[in-house]
Design a protein around this ligand. Structure first.
Ligand SMILES: Cc1cc2nc3c(=O)[nH]c(=O)nc-3n(C[C@H](O)[C@H](O)[C@H](O)COP(=O)(O)OP(=O)(O)OC[C@H]3O[C@@H](n4cnc5c(N)ncnc54)[C@H](O)[C@@H]3O)c2cc1C
Ligand code: FES
Length: 276
């Protein structure tokens, strides 16, 4: 089978998260693959709409839930708009899993802080559920999540579930002006809200995903809270084509984001050329 030959997957369910963000649950048409497929939190895939092309998304469901994968996407261009036209029962292609992963096994006994902005909660959701499905292995779990407006918060049902869990600390925020009547979360940008929430960096790791500007302003806050750069993890979303280190589309200096990433520590990012 060619490296670029996609597996066929059926759209089992569609969930609209926000007016422009949608989650698909996909199952393998080949029952043997359904049993054998495995991946790690942080990995991504190339999803194809036949006749339109491929696009890159993280796997947004956790590896601890077998038999299906989920992706969440914003319709921003040719392929994602075509994907949005598809309905339950239709077929898409999937190549993957590709890339490295969050080293979840190394985090046993540690506090785990997740910081996400907008649709950056998709890769965080994967690793957060991974941690929650193995909850006994970890110390405190905190999620600080922000979006521009209340309407832009994704995974609202899961946010409600996490809020109700005594073993998760959830802080949600919207940008100033993005609140609406009845909003009982914070108002402010994620880095400032994170600094006020002040989770300790002692014996802790942090996962940060979101728009580059959010990540840029969050890293110094994490430093002040005591998180060393080698215990801060993020994912890069450079444009990709092959996904497997062959085409050279995604490189930053000597690093291929598709093969060496997409997960990097803040220490690793600091050593890369500024272009990422
Ligand atoms: C590892 C990885 C994981 C990703 N995970 C997700 C995810 O979970 N959900 C999601 O919605 N998106 C994700 N993305 C981004 C996603 O791949 C692109 O938005 C998508 O491929 C656009 O496809 P398109 O053909 O619809 O858009 P195009 O027609 O190709 O582009 C539409 C517009 O978006 C811009 N664009 C396209 N791709 C990117 C990119 N990678 N970075 C910045 N701008 C881009 C183009 O320049 C153009 O302005 C991820 C990207 C990577 C590399
Ligand atoms: S996407 Fe082709 S080398 Fe990374």
């Amino acid at each position: 089978m060619s490296l670029y030959q996609p597996h066929l997957m059926t759209i089992e369910a569609i969930q609209d998260e926000t007016p422009d963000t949608r989650t698909l649950r996909l199952t393998f048409r080949d029952p043997a693959l359904a049993d054998s497929f495995s991946f790690k939190a942080g990995q991504f895939g190339e999803y194809s709409v036949f006749g339109a092309g491929e696009c890159t998304f993280c796997i947004a469901s956790p590896p601890t839930r077998r038999g299906y994968i989920e992706c969440s996407f914003k319709a921003v261009g040719k392929v994602t708009r075509a994907l949005r036209e598809l309905e339950v029962g239709e077929i898409v292609g999937f190549r993957g899993p590709y890339g490295n992963a969050f080293p979840v096994d190394d985090w046993s006994g540690r506090r785990v802080l997740f910081v996400a902005g907008g649709i950056g909660l998709a890769p965080v959701r994967c690793v957060l559920w991974n941690v929650l499905d193995l909850r006994d292995r970890f110390d405190e779990v905190t999620l600080v999540y922000g979006a521009r407006t209340v309407a832009d918060l994704v995974y609202k049902r899961e946010l409600a579930e996490w809020r109700d869990r005594p073993d998760v600390r959830l802080v949600t925020t919207v940008d100033p002006g993005g609140e609406e009547p009845g909003w009982d979360g914070e108002v402010g940008f994620v880095p400032a809200v994170l600094e006020r929430a002040a989770p300790t960096g002692e014996n802790a790791v942090a996962v940060v995903c979101g728009p580059p500007i959010m990540i840029k302003h969050t890293l110094p806050v994490l430093g002040r809270l005591g998180f060393p750069p080698d215990r801060i993890f993020t994912t890069l979303e450079n444009r990709m084509k092959c996904g497997v280190g062959k085409c050279g589309r995604c490189n930053v200096g000597p690093v291929y984001v598709c093969k060496d990433g997409p997960v990097f520590t803040a220490a690793e990012l600091a050593a890369l050329p500024a272009e990422y």
